[in-house]
Write a protein that binds this ligand. Structure first.
Ligand SMILES: [Fe+2]
Ligand SMILES: [Fe+2]
Length: 330
């Protein structure tokens, strides 16, 4: 179903402002568990929050291509190379769906990319860590895509229709990504002692940053309450982080790999895995730009954008030609 039955419709760049009828229509749509669609009236803050979140998500998908793209030429076999290339291509596709979803809110792709290139919009901090060995491809797939799944499955039920629908397809592909990461680690873990050690070293480096992917603790997450009320966010950062830990601990056992946390233990009372303190100073440092690869990632992205200018020009010229031809036929 597209659209909903509540409230008057307005154009894509129209906000509900202070109009009580429009705001009431928006609220009744949320209360009924229906989706807000691009032509529905919405509070300016809802639109702004979604654009920021979807843009940040889209930027993360395309910046996330870099740490893994780094290993395509060095994959240990043709099979691994083909899988990794497909995975990195999927991430480009995720970026595309998400920029398209942001466009339905009136933000152009060009504008959002400029904000990324100028450092005015962020992407997930995890991609500011380097990929040092082949085992990092396994750790990223298993942990980083695994955390992405836990974060994103609830967004399939987000109140904004285009974002929710984009997420359904993305989540299906992310679960393939997580399995391929698991399979890389399973192979390395069962290989020679040095292969096992390489897998363990990758987990040691990626475990804590992957826990940080859920964002700051609930008591330091100022925008969360409003996002929950708007149905953009369904669970708090800490709830999702706990869900991730509970999912990963049994998988680590199957992989015969240890998670680098001496405080990790089963809590029979809460029926969850307790885990140690996260180094939030590191998180905020990387967020601020002091991670090992922040500069490199943004510089590479800017370079790719400049180098790709001719592709955009050619695509536009082709589209113009097609439009002229269609007009002539008509
Ligand atoms: Fe993705
Ligand atoms: Fe992925």
């Amino acid at each position: 179903m597209y659209g909903n039955d509540f409230g008057p419709k307005i154009t894509a760049d129209g906000d509900a402002g202070d109009d009580p009828a429009l705001l009431d229509g928006f609220q009744r749509t949320l209360d009924a568990g229906e989706r807000i669609e691009p032509r529905d009236a919405m509070p300016a803050g809802y639109r702004k929050t979604l654009i920021r979140q979807i843009a940040q998500h889209a930027h993360s998908e395309i910046i996330g291509m870099q740490p893994e793209g780094n290993w395509i030429t060095r994959a240990p076999s043709l099979r691994r190379k083909a899988i990794l290339m497909a995975k990195v291509q999927d991430e480009a596709g995720h970026g595309l769906y998400l920029y398209a979803a942001a466009e339905t809110l009136g933000a152009s792709r060009e504008e959002l990319l400029n904000l990324l290139h100028d450092g005015k919009q962020k992407y997930s901090s995890i991609f500011n860590y380097p990929t040092l060995t082949w085992a990092d491809m396994g750790a990223i797939g298993w942990l980083v895509d695994g955390a992405a799944i836990v974060n994103q499955v609830p967004i399939c039920r987000c109140s904004y229709g285009p974002y929710a629908r984009a997420m359904v397809r993305i989540c299906k592909e992310e679960s393939f990504h997580q399995r391929q990461g698991f399979e890389i680690l399973d192979t390395l873990s069962g290989g020679s002692p040095s292969q096992h050690a390489m897998a363990q070293d990758a987990i040691d480096r990626w475990w804590w940053p992957s826990l940080m992917m859920f964002g700051p603790p609930d008591d330091q997450s100022p925008n969360s309450a409003q996002s929950m009320a708007w149905g953009i966010k369904r669970f708090s950062n800490d709830e999702l982080r706990q869900r991730f830990v509970d999912m990963i601990v049994p998988q680590a056992k199957i992989l015969r790999l240890a998670l680098p946390d001496p405080d990790l233990r089963w809590n029979a009372e809460t029926e969850h895995w307790d885990f140690g303190a996260i180094d939030w100073a590191e998180f905020f440092g990387v967020l601020k730009g002091d991670g090992p690869c922040n500069e490199q990632r943004v510089a590479h992205r800017r370079g790719a954008h400049t180098d790709g200018a001719w592709v955009r020009e050619a695509a536009l010229a082709y589209a113009d030609k097609q439009a002229t031809r269609t007009a002539e036929v008509a």
